[in-house]
Design a protein around this ligand. Structure first.
Ligand code: CTP
Length: 301
């Protein structure tokens, strides 16, 4: 009997964790249960996992490449089944942190894995859009079918966004941009002196999202806000301050580095909780919301 998309996704998720014990931790079950599940899925899918008996699922290079290919194929299958609500649209996404050098080895940065931004880029591409992803330093593979531009500093991200924003229909600013850069950055490593910390002079970085939103013929702008408290209050204030139609807000302590998140959207019609779940599922809901708002805008014109 053919395997369902759900079963194939479960299989890919277990394989993607790399070892039985990691999969067991992730699923909250014993390794014996994972092993049994894998056996059942292997039989059902008609495939055989490399290295399963040694408890390492993707230990060899060959195994890792094989599983990477499986995950890509599964991602394409999942993409195929998503509604094409952004067909013909060009979407620009920023993701990850930026890094501001202090000296050749030290930086100021923000805590961000880039997972949410990458999920948004992937969801937009699944919805039929042509996607450009501008990413700060992250350790993530590029989702299939999109153009990626790697940057380091906020200024580099700003330059890359300026170059692409004019030809975009939608701009989703997920990046955790460093608000400040170091004015007194030095070319050689600062040596430690006992009892005396270096003094950093900080200057404000450009607000990339606010700049894009202010342009004549600006793309439809979506902001992200990672707050530590008073989510609704900060989100409403931030949406107004940045002059954007839509803001997605989450609690930083629940989101950073995790594969799951809980997001609430804020727009002219009020607030819309998307609930809690994997970042890719929340990203798909966000994309559907953007598509609906854009369609409503189109009807009003
Ligand atoms: N953002 C940006 N450029 C910056 C700072 C933020 O484009 N220099 C964008 C982020 O990508 C995000 C939104 O603005 O979409 C909100 O970022 P956040 O850091 O939460 O807002 P700030 O304006 O920096 O406010 P605060 O740090 O005081 O909460």
């Amino acid at each position: 009997m053919a395997a369902s998309l759900h079963q194939m996704t479960a299989f890919a998720k277990i394989v993607g964790t790399g070892s039985l014990s990691a999969a067991a931790r992730e699923l909250g079950v014993s390794t014996a249960v994972v092993s049994r599940k894998l056996g059942a899925l292997e039989a059902r899918l008609g495939v055989r996992l490399l290295n399963r008996t040694t408890r390492r699922i993707a230990l060899t290079d060959e195994g890792a490449r094989y599983h990477e290919a499986c995950l890509r194929i599964l991602a394409e299958i999942e993409a195929f089944f998503q509604p094409k609500s952004l067909a013909g649209k060009r979407v620009l996404v920023t993701a990850g942190p930026t890094e501001e050098p202090i000296d050749p080895v030290r930086v100021i940065t923000n805590a961000s894995s880039g997972k949410m931004g990458f999920a948004v880029a992937r969801a937009a591409r699944e919805a039929g859009a042509e996607v450009t992803l501008i990413s700060g330093p992250v350790a993530l593979a590029t989702p299939a079918g999109l153009a990626r531009v790697d940057v380091r500093t906020a200024q580099e991200m700003f330059d890359a966004v300026k170059a692409a924003a004019g030809s975009s229909d939608i701009f989703v600013s997920v990046a955790a941009v460093s608000d400040y850069r170091v004015a007194n950055r030095v070319a050689q490593k600062i040596k430690k002196r006992a009892g005396e910390g270096p003094r950093l002079e900080l200057v404000e970085n450009p607000d990339i999202l606010a700049w894009v939103a202010k342009q004549r013929a600006a793309p439809f702008c979506v902001g992200f806000a990672a707050e530590s408290e008073k989510l609704g209050e900060h989100a409403r204030e931030k949406r107004a301050r940045k002059g954007i139609p839509l803001l997605a807000a989450n609690l930083a302590q629940e989101a950073i580095g995790s594969d799951d998140n809980a997001i609430t959207l804020f727009d002219d019609n009020g607030e819309h909780p998307l609930g809690r779940g994997p970042k890719i599922e929340l990203a798909r809901k966000l994309v559907a919301h953007v598509a609906a708002l854009m369609a409503a805008r189109q009807r009003r014109r």
